[in-house]
Design a protein around this ligand. Structure first.
Ligand code: GCV
Length: 714
C-alpha cells in the first residue's frame, strides 16, 4: 500500500495531525494557568456560549489588541469555537464589549465614564448590561490596562466555572506597583534561579523570541505591571550587569520593553551605583559631585529617548560587593536622591534596596537595615521607594517582619518577597509560599498604632504614601514549564494575586490556581490544594523550626550545615539554642520595633513560638506550651516533617489517571527526591543537636547508623 501516493499522503497527514494535536495539548506546563481547556460540563458550556457570542472592541490601542487576542484565544479553547466580532455600535445578545473610559461610547450600558475614572489606572469593571433590550457584558477599565486585567479576570471566572449570574466584578488593585525582579545575568545565568537559564536571550536580543510574549501574558494575567530584567548584583565580574547602561545594549532593552508594553508591563533595570566609574572611568561616583550628577541625568535622557515609558532603576548599594554612597562618605539618601533627580523629568522611579551590610554592626545582620535607614526617614525624594525584604535577614523559612516597615513613616516603601526558593528547597522541595506571604502581609506592625498591618503600609492605604507596592524575586527560567517544579508555578501565580489583592485568602488563591492549571475535578483541587497549603510548615519542620533560621550550607543554601551557622546565626551551644535579641539580656534588636511589638517578642509569655529562637536563647530543657522540652520538639518536628513529605507522596499518587501523566510523573519524581532531602535534613539536624546537647530522643529514634551517615554533610 505504501508505494501508492495517496495513502502515503494520508499517513503523513495522520502523523502530522497527531503530532500537532499532541503539541497543542501537551501538558508540559508551558501554558501554566492559561490552559483554556474545553469546558466539559454541557449545561455550563451552553450557559457560557449564550453569554459569549460576539466580541465588540471599542478602541485599538496595542493593549486593547492584546486583550482582544487573549479573549479570543481563551474563548476558543474554553467554548470550542471562534467567537464572532462586531464593530461600531452594532451589538446583540451575548456581546462582550471591551473598552476604556475614553473609548466606550453609547454602548456601555450602565457602565459610566465617571465610574470608570474612579477605578484608578489599573482597575476594571465586569458587568452584565442591557443595551437596546439585549443582554450583553461590558469589560472596561479607566485605561486599557484595566481592561486587559478585566479580560484575564473574566477568563478566570470561566476557568473556575463561575456561573454567569455571578460574573459581576469591580476591582482596583491594592498596590500601585506590582513588580517581578529578575536576578538574571547578562551571561545567561540566573542568581538563585533553578529553572534553567535566563529567559532573556541577551545575546540574541534585539531579536525577539515568541516566549517573551507568552511570559508577558502570564505576568499580565496576574496583574504584574513592571519587570526588572536583570540581577541586582551588577558590578560582579563575569555577570556584566553594569553593561545594560552602555549604549550598545540600549536596543536590546528597547526591544524587551516593546515586547512587554502591549501587556501593560513597564521595563526597569538594576544598575550599579558606581556606573560612571565602571563605564566611563570616572574617578568617583560621589553623589554630590556635579559631573557624576550630569552623567546620570544624561544617561536617563538617553534611555527615555528610546523607551519613553521606562520604569526606572533598582539599586543594591553598599552591599555584598556592590558599591554605594557610603564609599564616598555619603549616605543612602544622598545616593538615592541623585538618581531620583536624574529620573524625575521622565517620571521615573528609583527603587533603593534596604538590604545593606554595615561593618559596625556586623555581629547581627538583623539590626542593620533599620540602623542605616531610620535616620534617613523623610529625606528621600518622592520618586524614591525603599525596598525591603520581608524579614530582617534573608528569606528564611520563617522570620519576623522587618522593622524597616514600621520605622519609615515618611518614605515610600516596597515589600520584596522571594518567589524563587533560595532557602526553601529550590526546585526539588515543594514549598508553597503564599501562606507565608499572607502571614507577613497580615502582620500588625503597630507603625501607627493597632491595625497598621504590613499590607496597609506597602499599599499606601495606611497613610496615603504615593508610590508603593510589592516586588517578587522571580522563579522563572528558560525551562519549558517556566519554573522547573510544575507546582512552583503556584508561587508565581499566588505572588501576583496577593500583590493585586492582599486580602485574598491563601485557600482561595490556591484553589483558583489548581482549577486553572489542573482542571476542576474536585478531588484534584482538594488534593493539590492541601498539599500546597501544608508544604511550608512541612519544609519548616524538617529544616529549621521555631524561627532559628540559617541551618543551611553556605553557598547553595540547600543542604544542611548547622554547625557552621551557629556562631553567627542560631547560637546553638551545649546548653541551648537561639539568638537573644531582647533588649533586657540580648543585643536589643527587638527594640527596633514599636513598643507593642517589641514587648510581645521580648516576653517569653507572649512571643509566638514560631519566632521563639529568633528572639531568645533558651536551654534545651525549656518547656514549650505543648509541655515538650525544646530539644524534644526539635527532634519531633524533624521526624514529623519527613513523615509529612511521605504523606504528600501518597496524596499525589492518588491523582494518577486523574491528571495528565506528564506533570504527574514530573512532580512524583521531585517528591521522591524531597523525601531523601528531608531525611538528610532530619538526620543532620537531629544528630547535630544530639551531639551538642547529649540529650537523647525520648522516643529512641536516633539511630547510631544515621548519626554516622549524617556527619559528612558538613
Ligand atoms: C542577589 C542573598 C543571596 C544573594 C542575593 C542577595 C540580595 O545574599 O544569597 O544571592 O544577591 O541576598 O538579595 O541581594
Amino acid at each position: 500500500m505504501l508505494q501508492h501516493g495517496i495513502p502515503k499522503v494520508r499517513l503523513l497527514f495522520v502523523i502530522l495531525t497527531i503530532l500537532i494535536s499532541s503539541r497543542l495539548f501537551a501538558e508540559d506546563g508551558y501554558e501554566a494557568w492559561l490552559r483554556y481547556r474545553p469546558i466539559e460540563d454541557k449545561s455550563l458550556l451552553n450557559e457560557y456560549r449564550g453569554a459569549a457570542v460576539c466580541l465588540n472592541v471599542q478602541g485599538d490601542t496595542p493593549i486593547l489588541k492584546s486583550a482582544q487576542k487573549e479573549l479570543c484565544r481563551g474563548l476558543a479553547g474554553l467554548l470550542g469555537h471562534e467567537i464572532g466580532q462586531s464593530t461600531g455600535t452594532t451589538t446583540g445578545n451575548g456581546t462582550i464589549i471591551l473598552g476604556t473610559a475614553a473609548t466606550l461610547g453609547s454602548i456601555s450600558g450602565s457602565v459610566g465614564k465617571s465610574e470608570l475614572k474612579q477605578l484608578g489606572p489599573d482597575g476594571y469593571i465586569i458587568r452584565p448590561v442591557l443595551i437596546g433590550g439585549h443582554q450583553e457584558l461590558v469589560i472596561a477599565g479607566q485605561t486599557d490596562r484595566g481592561t486587559l486585567y478585566g479580560v484575564y479576570q473574566f477568563l478566570r471566572l470561566m476557568q473556575t466555572h463561575v456561573p454567569v449570574n455571578k460574573w459581576t466584578r469591580k476591582e482596583t488593585p491594592a498596590n500601585p506597583l506590582r513588580l517581578v525582579n529578575h536576578w538574571d545575568n547578562l551571561n545567561g545565568t540566573v542568581e538563585r534561579g533553578y529553572a534553567g537559564d535566563s529567559i532573556f536571550y541577551w545575546d540574541q536580543l534585539p531579536k525577539l523570541d515568541p516566549r517573551y510574549e507568552d511570559y508577558a501574558r502570564l505576568l499580565a494575567s496576574i496583574g504584574i505591571n513592571g519587570c526588572v530584567v536583570n540581577n541586582v548584583n551588577t558590578a560582579k565580574d563575569g555577570l556584566q550587569g553594569w553593561r545594560l547602561l552602555t549604549t550598545p545594549w540600549l536596543p536590546k532593552l528597547k526591544a524587551l520593553a516593546g515586547a512587554m508594553r502591549p501587556y501593560g508591563i513597564r521595563l526597569y533595570i538594576s544598575v550599579s551605583f558606581t556606573s560612571p566609574v565602571i563605564i566611563d572611568k570616572f574617578k568617583t561616583a560621589d553623589p554630590l559631585d556635579p559631573a557624576v550628577n550630569k552623567w546620570w541625568a544624561d544617561k536617563a535622557d538617553e534611555i527615555y529617548r528610546e523607551i519613553p515609558d521606562f520604569g526606572g532603576f533598582l539599586v543594591k548599594a553598599d552591599s555584598e560587593g556592590e558599591g554605594g554612597p557610603l564609599e564616598y562618605g555619603r549616605n543612602h539618601a544622598d545616593g538615592a536622591n541623585m538618581l531620583a533627580k536624574a529620573l524625575k523629568p521622565h517620571q521615573g522611579t528609583v527603587i533603593w534596596r534596604a538590604f545593606v551590610y554595615d561593618v559596625k554592626n556586623a555581629n547581627d545582620r538583623a539590626k542593620q537595615a533599620y540602623l542605616n535607614f531610620k535616620p534617613l526617614d523623610g529625606l528621600l525624594q518622592d520618586n524614591v521607594i525603599l525596598q525591603s525584604k520581608n524579614g530582617p535577614m534573608d528569606f528564611q523559612v520563617r522570620e519576623p517582619v522587618s522593622p524597616v516597615f514600621s520605622a519609615m513613616g515618611k518614605s515610600n516603601l516596597m515589600l520584596e518577597l522571594q518567589i524563587t526558593q533560595e532557602y526553601t528547597g529550590h526546585v526539588t522541595d515543594l514549598c508553597y509560599l503564599v501562606p507565608q506571604w499572607k502571614e507577613y502581609l497580615e502582620f500588625d506592625t503597630y507603625a501607627k498604632g493597632e491595625g497598621s498591618t504590613l499590607k496597609k503600609i506597602v499599599s499606601g492605604a495606611l497613610d496615603g504614601r504615593k508610590s508603593a507596592g510589592i516586588a517578587g524575586v522571580s522563579n522563572v527560567g528558560s525551562d519549558r514549564n517556566w519554573t522547573g517544579h510544575p507546582l512552583a508555578q503556584a508561587n508565581l501565580y499566588g505572588f501576583g494575586r496577593l500583590a493585586w489583592n492582599p486580602d485574598l485568602s491563601s485557600t482561595a488563591i490556591t484553589e483558583e490556581w489548581v482549577q486553572m492549571a489542573f482542571g476542576n475535578d474536585p478531588t484534584v483541587v482538594r488534593t493539590i490544594s492541601e498539599m500546597l497549603l501544608n508544604s511550608w510548615r512541612t519544609y519548616e519542620n524538617y529544616t529549621s523550626p521555631l524561627g532559628a533560621g540559617f541551618m543551611c550550607r553556605e553557598g547553595d543554601h540547600f543542604n544542611p550545615d548547622p554547625a557552621k551557622r551557629a556562631q553567627k546565626y542560631h547560637h546553638s551551644d551545649t546548653k541551648g539554642v537561639g539568638f537573644d535579641r531582647t533588649g533586657q539580656t540580648g543585643d536589643g534588636y527587638a527594640r527596633e520595633y514599636p513598643q507593642a511589638v517589641a514587648s510581645r517578642f521580648e516576653s517569653l509569655a507572649t512571643c509566638p513560638e514560631d519566632y521563639l529562637l529568633f528572639f531568645h536563647h533558651l536551654p534545651y530543657t525549656y518547656r514549650l506550651k505543648s509541655g515538650k522540652t525544646l530539644i524534644q520538639h526539635i527532634y519531633d518536628t524533624h521526624f514529623d516533617g519527613v513523615e509529612q513529605v511521605k504523606q504528600m507522596v501518597d496524596s499525589w499518587k492518588t491523582l494518577e489517571g486523574r491528571i495528565d501523566q506528564e506533570r504527574y510523573q514530573n512532580v512524583l519524581d521531585r517528591l521522591k527526591m524531597q523525601i531523601a532531602h528531608a531525611e538528610l535534613w532530619r538526620d543532620a539536624i537531629n544528630t547535630y543537636y544530639f551531639q551538642l546537647s547529649g540529650i537523647p530522643d525520648a522516643k529512641h529514634r536516633l539511630d547510631p547508623a544515621l548519626i554516622s551517615e549524617a556527619v559528612p554533610i558538613q
